[in-house]
Ligand binder design. Structure first.
Ligand code: 13P
Length: 251
């Protein structure tokens, strides 16, 4: 049975004291979520060490939102996979559309980052998703297939045990405009088909695929009820502990 996950991506929000308050509230309420639903918070780099302490003893796992495409050295301003591991991260998000759009993240870079993350023992949440123009041009299946294959074909079935995919249609992120459960499900099924084609039926069956984009307590239940949707990557609603926990309780 593949794992259900609800992950909060805090993006560039909260100061460290605010983030600690949020993490404490999430950790405290995490016991009220179903045992079979994993919880993750992806905080800014500055918060990781302190949040790691707060999460100890709870089921909530720690993630970074990005990592460097080199192992170490003269890369000013970057944070390596080994650093993330050493501070208590279990996960890193990679390839978020905001990084692709604003920071020139390419699929080739994502291959490097994913290799480095896996080598350090981090699990990866790899984000894919089409933008509004691509959706309106009817290219959403092609775009998601290309993004998924460009990265994942460089990895093995064994590596896939440490990779979760998040489908985040760019037009639904932070816009209040959620993909309908049908729109999300058909892309999730497509991604699972890609996994089956390249890695076999078992990997396809075992890989967690999350939905992200204006997911909130009021729509999570319907989205999560879809056959191929295994949870959510939550932006705005993860900044309120009650909403984040309520989303996990949709299961
Ligand atoms: P919102 O939930 O704010 O739309 O953000 C989704 C997202 O980008 C999570 O990574």
């Amino acid at each position: 049975m593949r794992k259900k996950i609800v992950a909060g991506n805090w993006k560039m929000n909260t100061t460290v004291p605010e983030g600690l308050e949020l993490a404490k509230a999430v950790a405290a309420k995490s016991a009220e979520t179903p045992a079979n639903v994993g919880l993750i918070v992806a905080t800014p780099f500055t918060h990781l060490a302190a949040v790691a302490e707060v999460l100890k003893g709870s089921k909530v796992e720690l993630a970074a939102q990005n990592c460097a495409d080199h192992a170490s050295g003269a890369y000013t301003g970057e944070v390596s996979a080994a650093m993330l591991k050493s501070v208590g991260c279990k996960w890193t998000i990679l390839g978020h559309s905001e990084r692709r759009q604003y920071y020139g993240e390419t699929d080739a870079k994502l291959v490097e980052k994913t290799k480095l993350a896996l080598a350090e023992g981090l699990d990866v949440i790899l984000c894919v998703g089409e933008n509004l123009d691509e959706r309106e041009a009817g290219r959403h299946f092609d775009v998601v297939t290309e993004q998924t294959e460009n990265v994942l074909l460089q990895f093995s079935a064994e590596d896939m045990k440490h990779i979760v995919i998040a489908y985040e249609p760019v037009w639904a992120i932070g816009t209040g405009k959620t993909a309908s459960s049908d729109q999300a499900e058909e892309i999730h099924a497509c991604i699972r088909g890609i996994l089956a084609k390249h890695f076999g039926a078992q990997v396809a069956e075992d890989t967690t695929i999350l939905y992200g984009g204006s997911c909130k307590p009021s729509n999570a239940k319907e989205l999560f009820a879809q056959k191929d949707i295994d949870g959510g990557l939550i932006g705005g609603a993860s900044l309120k502990a009650d909403d984040f926990i309520a989303i996990a309780q949709s299961y």
